[in-house]
Write a protein of this length. Structure first.
Length: 677
């Protein structure tokens, strides 16, 4: 019993610990987008399905020795891919499809080990059920989810704050080798038990169940798919407007796994889900999440948004998974049950990650799933009049707030588009000389332009004359000399308004839709007398490729302004990133980091990497009149003391305090959890 249970526990721990380990390593290669995590989740769900299908197939082999031999050989073969460090050759080229690249990279780096880890739970449970038919095998499923939960929680708490990315990979690889030994021992033990005396079988009511029918399997698929959609929809919603950090990936997934523990643990493996107890809070939180989508135009504070959506996710998953647990079959059909659950989970992931971005022009998955939850509850409780009234009220609430969300997204919108990197919206507001056109990414404004011909060439929002970047572009220019400026992040192209004849503005932009929007819907680029060059792809990778080709750009100013809503691609603010920028910078040039953020205290991070590379820093916070611009915070990094000593610069800036306990950020170590406000 100890051998079987400990192997399942270790496999589940490694199965979910590897997800943030590998995803964090490849996140910088694909622009730091929250969508990277969603694609990773789809890969993990698909491979989990493949592992469950393999377990179902293998457990149906008539001879236990055949099962044992096949599995041990695959376990030994998987050691050949260790350690799980992604090859540099998988870094994307300009214009490459990020989705296919990510899937191929994950398959090469972690495919076979993850496949075998995912098959461990159902396979060993099946072997255990054959050897000990009187035991309650479904408790091992709860143990498996507990191990997964521990693996996830340990990453942001015990792993990420103390170990670099490569160290994490090596330690995980060593633990996986230990798992291979333990799982091989389980296979050998199962073979011996199959050939030895069999314990007496004690029939239970479940053992008399017939094979699951098509309707039953469809129900399992529906419940598991809706739980998966809810997980990914909530994760996308909270990460697109906060940050693509492992903590905010791990928290929803942890709650998702905890719901399985709640539903499958308990006496006789029956779990703690009781429909009449859980239903009312589930429906109340469903309506609450719907309200949060449109409250304050969708910009809820993190202190409200995270608890609301995480609590709603947990209760919704308990509802879906509790219904699964209540309909679980006899152990004879165990692998088919798990296979159906896994297929539903993979289907839900495919709908969110692959289908939704091509079908929807905004993030509509969450409001639609909330409405579906209320409809499913109505279907399950048909015939119970009092409960039906509650269900109908929740349907009305979810439908109303879903409509409100659609209205917030679409009202006065000239363009709404969505791709791998998120959603973009163009809106006009105001009238007469105060009419402006705005670009929004998610719910965050990423620039605006006056539609008054007399004012449309004036740089506003976060780039006004008093902002850190505005001061840099104005006071770094030598009389009569042109400037060469590198911009990481295009937005509406506002900074081109500072360009003069002879200047060159080279703009690095990850999202091709942003380039189209800036050229079609805004005129900053067309109006600028400067030469405009656009480089499509991740800025850091593009700049590294330029250096490799011997084409250092010799910029006077480099502006780092690559936001995705309020998300910050951390690979653009590490020591190695600053080294890349410095090699493209003139000796007296300035690197300006835009660090305006509702949730993250980034200036100390920039100071840390600047101190480590011999630069001086100055924080410039600008709070202009709303008719002139928006509040902004920039950190200026330079070796040009004469520039920092200029009266206008010195008066606008302030020193950055050292944050106690904050480690230097590198490509191998960075932790956004430490700088949450």
């Amino acid at each position: 019993m100890i051998l079987f249970a400990s192997t399942i526990l270790l496999s589940a721990f490694l199965l979910f610990l590897v997800q943030p380990i590998i995803a964090k390593q490849i996140l910088p290669w694909f622009g730091g987008s929250a969508a990277v995590w969603t694609v990773c989740m789809v890969f993990f769900q698909a491979l989990l399905l493949a592992g469950y299908a393999y377990a179902h197939w293998l457990s149906r082999r008539p001879r236990q020795k055949t099962q044992t031999t096949i599995h041990i050989l695959l376990l030994l073969a998987s050691l050949a891919v260790l350690p799980i460090i992604p090859a540099e050759s998988w870094k994307p080229a300009q214009g490459a499809d990020p989705l296919l690249r990510i899937l191929g990279l994950l398959g090469a780096a972690i495919g076979l080990p993850y496949f075998l880890l995912s098959s461990t739970g159902p396979l060993i449970q099946k072997w255990f059920a054959n050897a000990y038919p009187s035991r309650t095998v479904y408790r091992l499923f709860a143990l498996s989810n507990f191990g997964s939960l521990v693996g996830l929680v340990s990453y942001p708490v015990l792993v990420e704050p103390w170990a670099g990315a490569h160290t994490q990979s090596w330690v995980w690889s060593g633990a996986y080798a230990l798992f291979v030994g333990a799982c091989s021992a389980c296979a050998w033990r199962a073979g011996n038990l199959a050939t030895g005396p069999q314990p007496a079988v004690q029939n239970t009511p479940e053992d008399t169940n017939t094979a699951p029918g098509a309707r039953q399997i469809a129900f399992w698929l529906m419940c598991s798919a809706l739980g998966s959609v809810m997980l990914l929809a909530v994760t996308s919603h909270i990460t697109q407007n906060v940050s693509s950090i492992p903590f905010l990936w791990v928290l929803p997934l942890t709650l998702y796994l905890l719901s399985f523990v709640v539903c499958f643990e308990g006496r006789s493996g029956r779990g703690w889900y009781v429909r009449r107890v859980w239903l009312l809070p589930v429906l109340a939180l469903t309506v609450g999440m719907g309200w949060g989508l449109s409250a304050d135009r969708g910009v809820l504070h993190i202190h409200t948004a995270i608890p609301l959506y995480c609590a709603g996710l947990f209760f919704a998953c308990v509802f879906f998974h509790g219904e699964l647990a209540a309909s679980k079959p006899a152990p004879a059909w165990l692998t088919q049950f798990y296979l159906s659950m896994s297929a539903g989970g993979a289907l839900g992931g495919l709908l969110v990650a692959l289908v939704a971005p091509h079908v929807f022009n905004a993030y509509y998955e969450l409001p639609l799933t909330l409405l579906l939850l209320t409809l499913v509850s109505l279907w399950l409780l048909r015939g119970k009049r009092l409960v039906l009234v509650v269900c109908l009220c929740s349907i009305a609430g979810a439908g109303y707030y879903g409509w409100k969300y659609f209205d917030v997204m679409a009202k006065d919108t000239l363009l709404m588009t969505r791709n791998f990197y998120g959603t973009l919206r163009i809106k006009d507001s105001g009238s007469g000389t105060e009419e402006v056109r705005r670009l929004l990414h998610g719910v965050i404004m990423h620039g605006e332009q006056s539609l008054d011909p007399a004012q449309r060439r004036i740089a506003g929002t976060y780039y006004s004359a008093g902002s850190g970047i505005g001061l840099s572009l104005r006071f770094l220019r030598a009389p009569g000399a042109p400037l060469k400026v590198g911009l990481i992040g295009l937005g509406t192209g506002t900074l081109a308004a500072y360009g003069k004849a002879g200047d060159t503005y080279r703009i690095y932009e990850l999202n091709p839709d942003v380039v189209q929007v800036a050229n079609r819907w805004f005129s900053y680029l067309k109006d600028s007398p400067a030469t405009i060059e656009t480089v499509l792809g991740d800025a850091r990778l593009s700049m590294e490729q330029e250096l490799a080709a011997g084409a250092a750009q010799q910029y006077d100013v480099i502006a780092i302004d690559a936001f995705s809503s309020d998300s910050i691609p951390v690979h653009l603010i590490t020591r190695e990133a600053l080294d890349v920028y410095a090699r493209h910078l003139k000796a007296d040039g300035v690197i300006a980091f835009h660090v305006s953020n509702r949730y993250l205290d980034l200036p100390p991070v920039v100071r840390g990497i600047a101190d480590a590379t011999g630069f001086e820093v100055l924080e410039v916070s600008d709070d202009p009149n709303e008719n002139v611009g928006s509040s902004s915070t920039w950190v200026l990094v330079t070796r040009n003391r004469a520039f920092l000593a200029q009266p206008d610069i010195a008066a606008a800036g302030q020193p950055i305090a050292v944050q106690s306990g904050l480690r230097l950020w590198t490509d191998q170590f960075n932790n956004l959890f430490q700088i949450l406000k």
